[in-house]
Write a protein that binds this ligand. Sequence first.
Ligand SMILES: Cc1cc2nc3c(=O)[nH]c(=O)nc-3n(C[C@H](O)[C@H](O)[C@H](O)COP(=O)(O)OP(=O)(O)OC[C@H]3O[C@@H](n4cnc5c(N)ncnc54)[C@H](O)[C@@H]3O)c2cc1C
Length: 577
Amino acid sequence: MPYRAPLADHAFVMRHVAGFEAVSATPRFAEATAETVQAILTEAGRLSEDVLAPLQRVGDRHPARLDGETVHTPPGFAEAWREIADGGWLGLAAAPASGGLGLPMTVAASVNEMMAGACLAFQIGPLLAQGQIEALEHHADDRLRALALPRLISGAWSATMNLTEPQAGSDVGALTTRAEPMPDGSFRITGQKIYISWGDNDFTENVSHLVLARLPDAPKGARGISLFLVPKRDPDSGAANGVRVLGLEEKLGLHGSPTCTLAYEGATGWMVGEANGGLRAMFTMMNNARLGVGVQGIGIAEAALQQALAHAAERVQGTTPPGREASIIGHADVRRMLAVMRAEVFAARAIALQTAVATDMAAATGAAEWAARAGLLTPIAKAFGTDTGTQVSGLAMQVQGGAAYVEGTGAAQFLRDVLVTTIYEGTNGIQAMDLVGRKLADGGQAAFAALDALEAAAAAPGVATGLAGDLAAASRRLRATTEEMLATDVVARGGGAAAYLRGWARVLGGAAHLAAARAEGGAGPRSLLAEVYRRRLLPEHAPLLSEAAAGEEDIAGLDAAALCADDATAGNGGLAA
Ligand SMILES: Cc1cc2nc3c(=O)[nH]c(=O)nc-3n(C[C@H](O)[C@H](O)[C@H](O)COP(=O)(O)OP(=O)(O)OC[C@H]3O[C@@H](n4cnc5c(N)ncnc54)[C@H](O)[C@@H]3O)c2cc1C
């Protein structure tokens, strides 16, 4: 079944759940009226359906490939890039002063979700460009901004982010790429980066690499990292600039996206931001990218759900109860899976767009409370969005049975493609550590403010009183767990961090479904879905939060030897003992 952009659901979430009206009401985003946003989303939906969705299978069947040192992208990617760039989509959220449209992040998040749902391997390219534009707007000097921003926004240049090295993955502070200062103010960059998405292509005139590297006198660790813009070609002469593609990864999925090993061999670069302040500058890009990756997961979940629904509506097996569909949707277990998938996609989308609204409100008002809320929600949006992508894609396969396991249907591709979203931009484990570490470092202020809002929503008069009551209880439990978390150290919190993050998502999802049911007056499909969430998904918060509060006591003794079954049971005898 061809991908259909979920326009109505986005409009509903923005209006009734995420509170987008507040963004439109700010002077900064006054032009983002409901009508304008609707028109933009409609056009993004058309592009997703007509231009990007046809590339989904092409990218999988005709992977990016390396010929000598030249990367060849799948057929159709170059034309799609031109159409996206010419339509102004790369500069959607960029400042008008840089040639962008200056639209809110919330609109960009919706657009990105639809484009990712249509073709994830392609959409990574535009997402990287958006992130780099934002990082340069905030941190680059006038000269670099004037050089790079118009070219990135027009799509003449594509963009990459270069953190990872063989010994430096989650531990970015371990990177060793060197940057030597030159008399003319530039730097010579030398080192090797791995797993670089869209590390090269065969259709843009240049590739703008943002590279983390160390100055000769830099302090050790994350405090000694600086950020550099290193173009593939000299912007004036077009000559090669000492960046070579050493290899292209063969991957489980995302075959259309060229994932490169790059060698920097004395390439000329220019510093972005301050010496040794690179990680802070890169974080601008990473926060945007983390939300962007969260919505990638949701986009794939939506696409997988649509395909599963279409299959289930056609497939007949056995006899279904009287009055139900004759197709397998008439079987309660299949209906359960589809309902859970829809409820989860809605919850994840609501959390992501709430995160985007908080980001926009922080940008528009400068209020620290909004920035703290965006910071708190970003790891939840990333991890829950991508976990939802994985779980819904898995359920979509179950709904389709054997047809999903053979490659011809494309069902398996959703799962293969989406898995990496739980890994890149910081693994979901790192997101959980961020939540219990940096995001609780304010003494829980942002968390308690969010809990106040959840409890107020639950207590507000309205329909769906069952869900409201359960949400109130779940919020109180989350508050108690947060207090327990704050009473322990970060090492102990690590054992419960993933469960704590998911516990948050469960409660935030409950509030989103409550808002939806209320907007509908308590009767209709959204209210039915809210009841599914109340009965089947919200209750998961209780075991999750118990696990969160338990910390790491139970696993502290399980070192590598103890985890190895043979070592752990040595001396306990064999079958004959
Ligand atoms: C297809 C693909 C595209 C990518 N694109 C890019 C890109 O464009 N640019 C780029 O720079 N990188 C990119 N990456 C790299 C990606 O960001 C890293 O793979 C990721 O950050 C994890 O690092 P790692 O693979 O070294 O895993 P590791 O860091 O070795 O992690 C392994 C496990 O240990 C856990 N762990 C590690 N440290 C901690 C800790 N302190 N606390 C708790 N748990 C911990 C992790 O959560 C994980 O479960 C890409 C990767 C892939 C596969």
